[in-house]
Design a protein around this ligand. Structure first.
Ligand code: BGC
Length: 815
């Protein structure tokens, strides 16, 4: 039974001082360490202004463990340094860590308890790897299917997201690591994230995006990270309404607020608005802050306030005590077990026609696609983790199938530009320029037929100092602006041997093309190679894949799409040559399962031609094992979509309106209002390709005997779920609530009221009850600036997804 209010209270306790200290000092039975305000005040009194300021901004870490942030402590007063590491799917340092499934896959399990265990693994590993603060979880809602970080966050639904963020923070902090909920607020897209000004009405802000952040505060998060974007004209990191009005005064947050990396824009305005810490340096909160105190534009008590907040959190986690908690050892086996369990639990089966799945051991299988042989582990940017290990799906399928063939289907990394096409001759497959040396080539590339070439440059070292390649006088791989060069995705941007990869596609006319390559060895030397893919090599790869498909009983085709922070996707289609590949392979063998290692929604014009589609997102280091276990029916695919999948680029909440997305003249309007995600599809009567909550099982369930009754200001919904099939399986019954006629406010056709994840044996029937709390039954009233309960009769639906609501009843809310 979900009892959000009391459960939240319990979570808060567990994630707060008592639980944290008990956990890090040897278990929940240990005596709790009380918060020592006197200790913090005493420290603030003893700190010099320079020392105080040093606690409010990042600096270089002398130990260089590879984490994102570092704040030096003040040794003479026993204040230790703080190390701050990403991130959402595991601890991101230079050393190995458990690469967990992407948060969106975790969320797909609809199970807060799994989120707590996910957090616990990261919490323990973060502590073991020398870290004090985790830069996670991310709880921004999925608003647009194009957003580059949809894999790093949970869902489009505020209730589900807030349940998961609270549970994950409890896990992280229960292991002694300080959690940082991010990115506060409205960082719902990556396009123009550093400048876009988000305009959203008060009701929408509170009902949608803020709900997860408030849940994080209730769960006791130690830190909050401000977003890059502006909100209502003011940068989030200096937005007083957000940082003080809502966060401190309304929600009572007592931790510290840091910027996102380089997201500070001012000294006085930011500190006054409620920002406490600048990351990763001290451009505004270093010398500039000292000068502002000296000239009186910042009273020192404002500096003290920020310092006190940082120290209070450190004290709460036992970091200021003489007997600071010891760091645990990593437990890679335990991490791997959780990673595997969650990847299986979140696996979302979107389609399964003609009993294509589960696969029968012993039948012959063609594995197709570059990510069939290369493990797709994690997304890019700050969510990347150095995994303990990673297996390829080809290996995990081979260990079950016996008779397996493999076809690449699409070559991502190319083959060397043929030496014969280059004058003077150049072996394009592998150059090393020694440290301190420069190297260049001036020649011609001769092609005999008009063709489309994709040049693929592989190189080692810093991408910004990579070799330059000019063809016909034009630079083939120009540098992307700002940090974008460093934001690369998982599989596509690195060759199997780890070299970084850049691509450029152009039409070549027959004849000779001047080619100039230059490379610098820099401090440590540089490797590079120039490869190419042509129309002919592409066609050959597709033909070979179709032949392999035709010869096998069944096909598993792995489709990729790499996402990273710093950029959005341009289209919902699978990138590269994949649509053509799927068309050819499904024609050759309709018993084709497409496994999607993608970040978010994908359009699937090829859907009807497939046998099955399994959404695995970025499944972490155990992803290949989990994928094979689901394909072979060793477990039921337990995941459900946490976002609606649109049919195409023209039918989704932000389609066709540039003010809505990605913004016009620097301003973006959330003009869909509260109708985010499935609410928009319901309001507009648009059918998605797959609705929120959708996911198939290998067995079948019926839903019966729905009833609902008021309990205080909330309601309790009861229904019976029956497994009518012959296999054990996972059901995720969902309850949705209709609007209140008594409220004169915009309301959704229906909102998710609650859910349960159930394992049911063959023939098993279980009555479940789902509590819907007053918060979910309320709307935000912009006139009173508060929530108002939607009383009176409310429709209650129950079923398998937002698009499959089989049962309906009604209940009188509010007595
Ligand atoms: C991201 C943050 C991350 C930070 C530190 C930024 O680019 O937006 O989510 O925590 O980098 O790596």
């Amino acid at each position: 039974m979900r009892d959000t209010v009391s459960r939240r209270a319990a979570l808060r306790l567990m994630g707060g001082a008592v639980g944290v200290v008990a956990a890090v000092t040897g278990g929940f039975g240990s005596p709790a360490r009380a918060l020592d305000r006197g200790r913090v005040d005493g420290l603030v009194r003893q700190l010099t202004l320079d020392e105080k300021i040093s606690l409010l901004h990042g600096a270089n870490d002398p130990a260089s463990l590879g984490q994102a942030g570092y704040v030096p402590g003040v040794k003479r007063l026993g204040i230790p340094p703080l190390r701050l590491a990403d991130g959402p799917a595991g601890v991101r340092v230079t050393r190995h860590a458990t690469a967990l499934p992407a948060p969106v896959l975790l969320a797909s399990a609809f199970d807060p308890e799994l989120a707590r265990r996910y957090g616990q693994v990261i919490g323990q590993e973060g502590r073991a790897l020398g870290q004090d603060v985790l830069l996670s979880p991310m709880v921004n809602l999925i608003r647009t299917p194009y957003a580059g970080r949809n894999f790093e966050t949970f869902s489009e639904d505020p209730l589900l997201s807030s349940d998961l963020v609270a549970a994950e923070i409890t896990g992280i902090q229960g292991a002694g690591l300080i959690a940082t909920v991010k990115h506060y607020a409205l960082n719902n897209q990556e396009k123009d994230r550093g400048s876009v000004d988000v305009r959203v009405d008060e009701q929408t802000l509170h009902e949608c995006e803020l709900r997860g952040f408030e849940a994080a505060v209730e769960a006791g998060t130690g830190a909050v990270m401000g977003a890059y974007n502006k909100v209502d004209g003011t940068f989030a990191c200096e937005n007083k309404a957000l940082l003080t009005g809502i966060l401190r005064e309304r929600w009572g947050f007592d931790g510290f607020v840091m910027t996102d990396w380089d997201a500070a824009h001012s000294t006085v305005a930011a500190l006054t608005a409620g920002l406490d810490m600048e990351m990763p340096e001290g451009k505004y909160f270093g010398a500039a802050l000292k000068a502002a105190v000296a000239d009186g534009s910042v009273p020192e008590r404002d500096v003290d306030r920020a310092v006190r907040r940082v120290l209070t959190v450190m004290d709460r986690f036992g970091l200021l005590a003489a007997d600071a908690p010891p760091r645990p050892r990593r437990d890679p086996q335990a991490g791997a077990a959780v990673a595997l369990e969650i990847a299986k639990a979140g696996a979302t089966l979107l389609r399964n026609a003609h009993d294509t799945l589960p696969l029968r051991p012993g039948t012959s299988v063609a594995v197709i696609g570059p990510t069939g042989s290369l493990p797709s582990v994690s997304g890019g940017g700050s969510a990347h983790v150095v995994p303990d290990h990673a297996t390829s799906p080809l290996d995990t399928i081979t260990s079950r199938a016996g008779n397996v063939t493999y076809a690449l289907g699409e070559d991502l990394f190319g083959t060397p530009v043929p030496a014969a096409a280059l004058r003077p001759a150049l072996a394009a497959d592998g150059h090393r320029v020694a440290a301190g040396q420069d190297w260049s080539y001036d020649g011609t590339l001769t092609v005999t037929d008009a063709d489309e070439w994709t040049f693929v440059l592989h190189f080692s070292g810093d991408p910004v100092a990579r070799p330059t390649v000019h063809l016909d006088g034009a630079e083939l791989f120009p540098l992307a602006p700002g940090y974008e060069e460093y934001f690369v995705g998982g599989v596509v941007s690195a060759a199997p041997d780890g070299m970084t990869v850049r691509r450029a596609t152009l039409h070549l006319t027959p004849g000779s093309h001047p080619l100039r390559i230059s490379a610098r060895g820099g401090d440590s030397g540089r490797h590079f190679r120039l490869h190419r893919i042509t129309r002919a090599t592409r066609a050959r790869d597709v033909t070979e894949a179709a032949e392999a498909a035709r010869a096998a009983d069944t096909v598993v085709l792995f489709a990729y799409e790499d996402a990273t922070e710093g950029r959005d996707r341009a289209r919902l289609a699978l990138p590269g040559n994949q649509e053509r590949l799927i068309a050819a392979v499904t024609e050759a063998n309709p018993r084709t399962t497409v496994v999607l290692n993608t970040s978010s929604a994908t359009s699937m014009p090829w859907l009807e031609r497939t046998g099955a589609v399994l959404q695995m997102y970025y499944p972490g280091q155990e992803g290949a094992e989990a994928t094979a276990a689901v394909l072979y029916g060793e477990c039921d695919p337990g995941g459900r979509l946490t976002q609606s999948f649109p049919v195409d680029d023209d039918h989704h909440p932000v389609a066709g309106d540039r003010r809505r997305y990605p913004g016009r003249d620097g301003v973006e309007e959330y003009s869909e209002g509260i109708h985010l995600g499935y609410r928009w599809y319901d309001a507009e009567g648009v059918r998605p390709l797959f609705p929120f909550g959708h996911g198939l099982s290998y067995t079948a369930f019926t839903y019966e005997e729905l009833s609902a009754r008021a309990v205080g200001q909330g309601i309790e919904v009861s229904l019976v779920v029956r497994n009518t099939g012959a296999r054990a399986g996972i059901a995720v019954p969902q309850v949705y609530i209709g609007p209140s006629e008594r409220l004169r406010l915009e309301q959704a056709v229906r909102v998710l009221g609650g859910y349960r994840r159930l394992a049911l044996g063959p023939g098993e029937r279980r009555r479940v009850s789902v509590r819907v709390d007053a918060r979910t039954l309320s709307s935000w009233d912009p006139h009173t600036h508060d929530r108002v309960l939607g009383t009176g009769p409310r429709t209650v639906w129950a079923g398998a997804s937002a698009g499959d609501l089989r049962l309906r009843t009604s209940v009188e809310v509010g007595g």
